[in-house]
Ligand binder design. Structure first.
Ligand code: G6P
Length: 365
């Protein structure tokens, strides 16, 4: 087993460190800056549908949420996202102009499979964004986009999430180009940034020591709050999910702008608040949310873009991540949150790879 972990103490840490290579595999040979497009080799016709429904569970659901911003942003198609256990029982409005996408690492999650079947029964075209080759979902969809993350052993998903984000970025460009909503020059810039992503993710791994230090500072906290806006809202939710899954610290995530409608009541000097505040068109808005936290004594851990000195005035701790296109910022920003969860769980002596009550894939309802 030690050999399988490649010298790492846990599978999860090994898988976190595999992310740059994994992303290279996901994107591998599929990006074409010359043609300002993405080659996905799918039978689905990206011009045929009028709406997209994405269903998934757990971490894959947060990839769906990121995917919504990417697809709506670049391809201007309305996207609805649902946790699969809700979708399958809500009698969704679906027709043949709907593309239903199921995102799943295992391809075996029963709720995701049943949600997909529901969309299919109602006439939707179907696409799987899947890691496991030949898994149940891949056998029922019209088409599969494999994410090529390799086997993931740690129950808390890390590298599969990264690969899902890469796949959603490619799908968004693919749809945007085919539908004529994404101009060539813009596509080229975006693809250039996407191609750099494995290297940028690699750089974020260098922050491990710094993050271990922050984990040390706050590992006795009873609760954590994670905040983010727009495409970084799902990053906040994924950060909170990772922390609660493996450290058992209660963690809540919220869209930062919505904090004033509830969670602000929780803030005091004992509450660490992680805020995703990377560069984006709404950067200033998030900065003012940080000030609201600070004014109430909260401890702010900001995840910010390299070179942002302003944020230092309001946050006790700043974890810098490399600059990229704001629609790609979740990829560089989730890594510090994975490491924060990991280091915290290790400090608390938790079973990182086999957290209590959780299963790697949930095949019963
Ligand atoms: C379980 C796992 C999660 C995973 C979720 C969905 O809850 O513990 O890590 O995100 O299932 O799994 P899937 O295989 O469908 O991506």
């Amino acid at each position: 087993e030690a050999a399988e972990k490649g010298g790492y103490p846990h599978y999860m840490l090994k898988e976190i460190y595999e992310q740059p290579r994994v992303l290279e595999n996901t994107l591998g040979g599929r990006l074409s800056e010359a043609r300002a497009g993405v080659e996905l080799d799918l039978r689905v016709d990206p011009t045929r549908f009028e709406r997209v429904h994405i269903v998934a569970c757990g971490t894959a659901y947060y990839a769906a949420w990121v995917g919504k911003y990417l697809i709506e942003g670049l391809a201007r198609v309305p996207v609805e996202i649902d946790v699969a256990s809700e979708y399958r029982y809500r009698d969704p409005v679906v027709d043949e102009r709907t593309l239903a996408i199921a995102i799943s690492q295992s391809g075996e999650t029963i709720d995701t499979l049943e949600a997909l079947r529901e969309a299919k029964r109602k006439g939707a075209g179907t696409l799987g964004v899947i890691n496991a080759k030949g898994s149940s979902i891949t056998r029922e969809v019209d088409d599969t986009l494999y994410i090529h993350a390799g086997p993931e052993i740690g129950v808390a998903s890390t590298k599969a999430y990264m690969a899902m984000l890469g796949a959603m970025a490619m799908l968004a460009v693919w749809m945007g180009r085919a539908r004529g909503t994404l101009p060539e020059a813009e596509a080229r810039t975006f693809l250039g940034e996407l191609r750099k992503m494995p290297r940028l993710v690699e750089q974020t791994l260098e922050k491990r020591q710094e993050i271990a230090h922050i984990a040390e500072k706050y590992h006795q906290a009873a609760d954590y709050l994670f905040l983010g806006r727009h495409i970084q809202a799902p990053t906040a939710y994924e950060g909170a999910l990772k922390l609660k899954e493996i450290s058992y610290i209660h963690a809540e995530a919220y869209p930062a702008g919505e904090m004033k409608h509830g969670p602000i009541a929780l803030i005091d000097e004992r509450l660490p608040v992680v805020v995703l505040t990377t560069e984006s068109p709404i950067y200033e808005k998030t900065l003012s949310n940080i000030q609201e936290v600070r004014a109430r004594g909260g401890r702010v851990i900001a995840v910010a873009t390299e070179g942002d000195l302003e944020v230092r005035r309001f946050a006790q701790d700043v974890i810098y991540v490399p600059r990229t296109h704001y629609l790609l910022s979740p990829m560089v920003s989730v890594v510090p949150l994975q490491l924060l969860a990991y280091e915290t769980a290790v400090l608390l002596g938790r079973d990182v790879d086999q957290p209590r009550n959780l299963a790697k894939s949930v095949t019963v309802e």
